[in-house]
Design a protein. Structure first.
Length: 453
């Protein structure tokens, strides 16, 4: 058993480094999760911005003199077929992202809803269809790249210097990228597409998830520790019960062998004619009867404790039961002035009170008394003595099965630790209680309490 205790102790100590390692692992996992989400969000936002630019430029395909990504645009006169290109663009059936296009040789001032693109020989002023962008194009583009789950998790907005063009909510914007960024540096329209985690920053959301994981991990370690402690307690209790059962077996064997030896010896003397005097024969008969009754009571206690009882419920005068229990032992004072009516099993109650009286006689030696009274709707019977009392360390365990105090073992008092446990079981079966305490200044008192009839 000591080896098992060492193993359990080592397991409990190992939970400390395990908890520390889990704390570090969860931190690393959280940091990796934050980096993954941040990188994924930035990549998706960049992709949305590119799709936005591509859609706008494709809608201007017939007007633009060269595709996006070609060589640097050079200054020069406006293309001779510009008007024809604009007419072809107006006659086309492309997405209505652009409402109007104008040509200017000098760089125009920035106006709301207009995007300026440098072209050979001048500048293109492009009027964007803001209603179409807000109601159709941007919602469909975000749905395509993020889906319902992404739209629930993140908020998005398109902003320009004059204000917000489109927004799906308010949050702390963590990612931003330029849109409509076509043209040489310094000529770009400062529009931005931004995104952020709903309900706080992405870092805060990951931190909350980390705290939840730490709480779950901590709870798991606490449960493991509790399970190990419970296992240690159960193992210790099992060891104690095993020890008590060994003592019980030894005590039962000794206490049963004593009366059986007396009975066998007396029977052999009587059968062999060793005892012929009538007075001696009578004494031998009384001895056999006494030891037989003692043996019967011990067997009865063991069987009563081992059995599963459903106690009868019938009117019983506990005063008469207590008187019968007191009269079975000499030198017991009785103070039972009034009837004590209860509902219960008379035989079981008599066994319980007789056990208490026998216990007082064995341990108290003097001043044994049985007292009874009513207290409200409860009936009380107390068995007391003027003996040495009960040791403090024995009081919490008096009603445990097989328990015998060190004083009992030292004085070699007969018994095997079932009498008081049986009293407790009987009283609980009658909705009652039994309690023990030391007297003042000496002795002990056992009090049973039951509901009155």
């Amino acid at each position: 058993m000591r080896i098992g205790q060492w193993i359990l102790g080592a397991a409990l100590l190992l939970l400390i480094p395990l908890g520390w390692l889990q704390y570090g692992w969860i931190g690393e996992i959280s940091d990796a999760e934050f980096g993954r989400r941040q990188a994924g969000l930035e990549a998706s936002v960049e992709q949305v911005a590119k799709e936005f630019d591509r859609a706008v430029l494709e809608s201007l395909g017939p007007v633009l003199p060269r595709p996006r990504g070609g060589p640097p645009l050079k200054a020069g006169p406006p293309p001779e077929d510009f008007a024809a290109r604009v007419e072809r663009w107006r006659a086309g059936d492309g997405p209505p992202i652009v409402l109007s296009v104008r040509w200017s040789e000098e760089e125009p001032k920035q106006r709301p809803d207009w995007w300026v693109l440098r072209a050979p020989g001048g500048f293109l002023e492009i009027l964007l269809n803001m209603a179409y962008l807000r109601e159709h194009f941007l919602p469909e583009l975000l749905q395509q790249h993020f889906g319902d789950r992404g739209l629930e998790r993140y908020a998005f907005r398109l902003v320009r210097p004059e204000g917000v063009v489109y927004s799906t909510g308010e949050t702390e914007w963590e990612t931003s990228t330029e849109v409509l960024s076509v043209g040489p540096p310094g000529r770009r329209t400062p529009w931005h597409f931004e995104a952020g985690q709903r309900g706080g920053t992405l870092k805060a959301v990951v931190s909350r998830a980390r705290l939840r994981n730490l709480a779950l991990s901590g709870a798991t370690i606490v449960l493991l520790a509790a399970a190990l402690i419970a296992l240690a307690l159960v193992a210790r209790r099992a060891e104690r019960l095993s020890h008590l059962q060994m003592e019980f077996t030894a005590g039962v064997t000794h206490d049963l062998k004593t009366p059986l030896a007396v009975i066998c010896s007396a029977g052999e003397n009587l059968a062999g004619g060793v005892v012929k005097d009538p007075a001696q024969v009578q004494r031998y008969g009384a001895l056999v009867r006494s030891e037989g009754r003692r043996l019967t009571r011990m067997v009865e206690q063991v069987l009563s404790f081992a059995g599963v009882h459903t106690f009868a419920r019938e009117p019983v005068d506990l005063r008469k039961v207590a008187l019968a229990a007191a009269e079975s032992e000499a030198g017991v004072t009785v103070d039972l002035p009034e009837p004590l009516p209860v509902m219960g099993d008379e035989m079981a109650l008599q066994l319980a009170l007789r056990n208490l009286v026998e216990n007082a006689v064995k341990h108290g030696k003097s001043g044994m008394a049985v007292r009874g009274w009513r207290e409200g709707n409860m009936v009380m019977v107390r068995v007391e003595d003027e003996g040495p009392g009960i040791d403090d360390e024995d009081l919490p365990h008096l009603f445990d099965p097989y328990y015998r105090g060190w004083r009992t073992k030292q004085n070699q008092v007969k018994g095997f630790g079932l009498g008081l446990a049986l009293v407790k079981r009987i009283m609980e079966g009658h909705d009652g209680t039994v309690e023990a305490r030391n007297g003042s200044p000496t002795g002990s008192m056992f009090t049973v309490k039951m509901p009155a009839e």
